[in-house]
Each structure stands twice: as structure tokens, then as C-alpha cells.
Design a protein around this ligand. Structure first.
Ligand SMILES: Cc1cc2nc3c(=O)[nH]c(=O)nc-3n(C[C@H](O)[C@H](O)[C@H](O)COP(=O)(O)O)c2cc1C
Length: 229
């Protein structure tokens, strides 16, 4: 039996009322139902159990590793010098290996101050360690065939032609980042549920129908993605 792995990350600080958590949970449930015992579902909560931000020793080790081009985690371990780098690599390596092992990466990514949450950014900084996401033999991106499903939520509206379109540093950032990591364009799926604050912000009350449609569309897209792989 061929197994397949879903790495499911949530980064919203919201609990019961988090839209991204509800949507990623919906995708994960459908994915588990589809794959049964062949599916391995790994969940990581970057808000409740935050990844420490990178420190100076991460950078010193990263620079020495990066100078060698693509390299496997074992080769990075052999480059570690001193307690600081040991600590940084011990924090980084499990996250890198978890990502390398994932067939599907599911990311709950709320907008905080026009971009992603600090919790998600800390994870991105750690896993994007120089050289370890490329094949040492071919130089090819290891994430090329990884399916990435981003669930992007935000309180306001940032669609084409809206007054705040230019303030969206969430979706364009995530697209640029995963594209830069080598994820193939056809494997990168960004599902947006916006105007989530319309439910409780009187200034957005008139936009409630649009918010409801955005949420329904996001759910339907996630159901289709879960059914497809
Ligand atoms: C710290 C913080 C900053 C936020 N900044 C923005 C923002 O810049 N733009 C926006 O549209 N909504 C902003 N929001 C609202 C959230 O994007 C919105 O509540 C979204 O639904 C959060 O995702 P969640 O429902 O998955 O928790 C912010 C919320 C928080 C807690």
C-alpha cells in the first residue's frame, strides 16, 4: 500500500471562531476520509506551539551550508559548530524533514497587518534553510511535486479593483515564497475567504452577502481539492 502524507499547519491565534482553522479542518477531514489508512495526517499548531524565531547561529550555519549548494540534512549536521548552532539546527531539522516528507502541505494563513502571522513567518524562516529543499544530485527543487493548499483568510476585502487591493502582502507573498521554493505553479492552490469581519464589524455590515459567498466558495474549492488528491 502506498502511503501519502498531509502536513497540516494552522497559524491563527483565534480558537473557536477561526475561519482558517474551520476550513483547514474541513479539508483535512475530507482528505482523511478519502485516503483512509493509507493517509498520514500530521497537524502542527504554529500559534499554540510556536516555532522559535531564528537566531544568529541559524544564520552562521545557514551561510556555511548555503556555500555548499544543495545538501541533505545529515550533511548540515556535520557542519554544526558550537552549542548555538546545535540548538538552531535541532529546532530546524525536524521541521525541514516534516516538510520534505509531505505530499500535501495545507496551510491556514490568516492576514495579520496586511501579511501572514508571526507564527507562520517563523516557520517559513526555519524551513527555508539553505540547500536542504533541493536535491544534491540534480539540484532540482524537492517541493516541485508537493501539493500546497493555502487557506488565506482576512477580515477585509482585497480583491481586484477594491481600494485595498495594493495592501495585500499575504497572498502575493505566499505565492512568491512557494514559487521561489520551486513548487510547480499547477501544484500551488490559494483559497481565499475574505471579509470575515463583516459578521461583527458594523462598518462592513453591508458586505455580509459578499462575505458569505466568499466563505461558501472557499469551502467548495477545498472540497474539490480534497477530492482530487
Ligand atoms: C493581529 C491581527 C491583525 C489583523 N490584521 C488585519 C489586516 O491587516 N487586514 C484585515 O483585513 N484583517 C486583519 N485582521 C483580521 C483577520 O484577518 C480576520 O479576523 C481573519 O478572519 C483571521 O483569520 P482566522 O479567522 O482564521 O482566525 C487582523 C486580525 C488580527 C488578530
Amino acid at each position: 500500500m502506498t502511503t501519502t502524507t498531509l502536513l497540516h499547519l494552522d497559524s491563527s491565534t483565534g480558537a473557536g471562531d477561526s475561519v482558517s482553522r474551520a476550513l483547514t479542518a474541513r479539508f483535512a477531514a475530507a482528505w482523511r476520509a478519502r485516503h483512509g489508512t493509507a493517509g498520514r495526517h500530521r497537524h502542527r499548531d504554529l500559534a499554540a506551539d510556536p516555532v522559535p524565531v531564528v537566531r544568529a547561529a541559524y544564520e552562521s550555519l545557514g551561510r556555511r551550508a548555503g556555500a555548499r549548494g544543495a545538501l541533505p540534512p545529515d550533511a548540515v549536521a556535520a557542519l554544526v559548530e558550537g552549542a548555538g548552532e546545535e540548538r538552531e539546527w535541532a529546532l530546524t531539522r525536524p521541521l525541514v524533514e516534516e516538510l520534505r516528507a509531505a505530499d500535501t502541505l495545507l496551510l491556514g494563513a490568516p492576514m495579520y497587518n496586511f501579511t501572514v502571522s508571526a507564527g507562520l513567518k517563523a516557520w517559513i524562516d526555519r524551513v527555508t534553510f539553505p540547500g536542504v529543499l533541493h536535491d544534491p544530485g540534480t539540484g532540482e527543487a524537492l517541493l516541485r511535486d508537493t501539493r500546497v493548499v493555502v487557506v488565506a483568510t482576512r477580515g477585509g476585502g482585497y480583491g481586484p479593483g477594491t481600494p485595498r487591493e495594493h495592501c495585500d502582502f499575504q497572498v502575493p507573498y505566499l505565492r512568491a515564497h512557494f514559487g521561489n521554493l520551486g513548487v510547480a505553479a499547477e501544484n500551488l492552490h490559494v483559497v481565499v475567504a475574505e471579509l470575515t469581519r463583516a459578521a461583527d464589524d458594523p462598518a462592513l455590515a453591508g458586505l455580509r452577502p459578499l462575505a458569505a459567498r466568499s466563505l461558501a466558495d472557499a469551502g467548495a474549492r477545498l472540497d474539490a481539492l480534497a477530492a482530487a488528491g
